[in-house]
Ligand binder design. Structure first.
Ligand code: 13P
Length: 251
């Protein structure tokens, strides 16, 4: 991990969590508050129903709150959708875009993801743009081509290290307990950084997270991989007792 990039340890709660989940965030905040000067950023992306309440629980602590997706428009006749401006208004400072579950379940193409990342920037949010290959693509030796295509076509023009984070999440590693080897992660992260170099002036400052079955027992090894600047964690972010050991690798 390069010294100048501040790690980001992010939790994506997906479609999990009722009001009672506030106790997990409280526990996480209590852990974070023991560190006067944390060396990493900490983020929880709860379902939208909990966002405002979670932002109030996080308060001025080191734990920030984010959305899991946004609509490309600021407002309008889009039943069920939520804009980046609304997420910001509810207390978010980040928004995940292009998660593979959105790409698969809601047919979000690179063009859609790009528009959403642009919307996140417009709304004053840091966009966490997700990329990752399927198992079939990996087995067909297409991983780097898929990643190149996603990075080149999902990032809007105004993307900078200050408003954009990349998350590499191999689809086959999400929720499966399987992870790529550290060497495989290093190859993809180096490739992403090379692509970013061609697209952005401050590419060396952009944080590139790894996601997919990160847990307390493998976080240290994965976070030590060159060009890995943090984690995007699903299942193991739901309980503070599981998430804190992952944060602790970087704090
Ligand atoms: P898991 O950590 O549950 O594999 O999920 C990863 C993920 O999709 C985070 O966005």
């Amino acid at each position: 991990m390069s010294n100048q990039r501040r790690p980001l340890i992010a939790g994506n709660w997906k479609m999990n969590g009722l009001a009672s989940a506030a106790s997990e965030l409280k526990e996480l905040v209590a852990h974070a508050e023991k560190h006067a000067a944390p060396k990493c950023d900490i983020l929880i992306c709860p379902p939208a129903t909990l966002l405002r309440e979670m932002a109030a629980v996080a308060g001025n602590s080191a734990v920030e709150i984010g959305g899991q997706v946004c609509h490309a428009n600021e407002s309008g006749a889009h039943t069920g959708d939520i804009s980046a401006e609304m997420l910001k208004d509810a207390g978010a400072s980040y928004c995940i875009v292009g998660h593979s579950e959105r790409r698969a379940d809601h047919n979000e193409t690179n063009a859609v993801v790009k528009a959403k990342a642009e919307a996140a920037h417009r709304g004053g949010l840091i966009a966490i743009v997700c990329v990752g290959e399927t198992l079939a693509e990996r087995e067909a030796d297409k991983t780097l081509d898929v990643i190149s295509d996603q990075v080149k076509n999902s990032l809007p023009e105004g993307a900078t290290a200050a408003n954009t984070v990349i998350a590499y999440e191999p689809v086959w590693a999400i929720g499966t307990g399987k992870t790529p080897t550290p060497d495989d992660v290093a190859v993809v992260h180096a490739h992403i950084r090379k692509e970013l170099d061609a697209l952005m002036n401050d590419s060396d400052q952009v944080r590139v997270l790894y996601g997919g079955s990160v847990k307390g027992s493998n976080a240290e090894e994965l976070m030590a991989v060159e060009n890995v600047d943090g984690a995007l964690v699903g299942g193991a972010s739901l309980k503070a007792a599981d998430f804190w050991p992952i944060v602790a690798t970087s704090i």
